[in-house]
Design a protein around this ligand. Sequence first.
Ligand SMILES: Nc1nc2c(ncn2[C@@H]2O[C@H](COP(=O)(O)OP(=O)(O)OP(=O)(O)O)[C@@H](O)[C@H]2O)c(=O)[nH]1
Ligand SMILES: [Mg+2]
Ligand SMILES: [Zn+2]
Length: 303
Amino acid sequence: MEFEAQVIAAYGRHVRVRDDTGRIVQARPFGRRLQVVCGDRVRCNEDATHAEVHVTEILPRRTLLARATLRGDAEPVVANLSLLVAVMAPAPMPDLFIIDRYLCAASSAGIKALVLVNKCDLVPDIDLSALTQSFETADYPILICSAETGRGLETLNEFLRHETSVFVGQSGVGKSSIIGRLIPGVELATGELDRDAEGRHTTTSSSLHDLPDGGHVIDSPGVRDFAPSIDSLEARSLGFPEVDQLSTGCRFSDCQHLQEPGCAVRTAAEVRQIDERRYESYRRLRRLHADLTTAQGPGRKRS
Ligand SMILES: Nc1nc2c(ncn2[C@@H]2O[C@H](COP(=O)(O)OP(=O)(O)OP(=O)(O)O)[C@@H](O)[C@H]2O)c(=O)[nH]1
Ligand SMILES: [Mg+2]
Ligand SMILES: [Zn+2]
């Protein structure tokens, strides 16, 4: 029997799918080439005699968040998103470059994004502003919240309503805790919980959950680093909206905004019209982009 379903959890070569009647079953992608991820719409084939469900086809994705492997290939992370929520917190020590890279992956993939600062109960508001300051010239919505006290969660709920969103960020920032507060009684894949070196619980696979007021949210495992897939990035701005806006003022239309004369972006960074840290992040990503392109090699197919 054939049916269509949505992938609501993905761990390695196993996925959990939900069909349109709400029935949830385990399934296995048929063949090595199918890279099925959370959020995918798929066609399944149920073998009545073996009681085994195979995913036989991934239906066209509306959007895809993809990361670059060390060889420069694109690896799908989550599909069919409309909103990416980049989560950080005063602790663990934030790595803002990771946030930048998620934001540019979202921007390049046509996915809206917002920056969410959790654990606002831990430090005074002025310290939180210092954390988020560099994202202001990039014009992303910035929300402050606490899964502990509940502050900011109503506003967050408004942003998430009717969206299919993913929570991404470093391990321990509170992604699962926030989702747990938004969806009372949600089971956050407790069977898939593991303990990291510091003894904290860590989410190890992505899972999709229904929000009470409509929309879906995907919890994802924390990361140490994230590189957007290079094929998905816009050549001109690499997905930095503030670079995009200024680049029409550059002397050369193929300006990479590094050392070129007449570069409007570099000038804007020098006079702090755009944030210096974000510009440095752009430069690092430009280097990574070049390295990964080389790693891909000339013989490899580019899309
Ligand atoms: N003080 C405070 N602690 C929080 C808050 N939110 C989460 N925590 C704590 O932070 C720790 C990590 O929370 P998780 O929700 O597991 O973090 P995560 O981002 O899902 O981590 P991974 O699954 O490893 O990526 C837990 O001990 C939480 O209790 C908050 O708003 N304030
Ligand atoms: Mg988690
Ligand atoms: Zn330029």
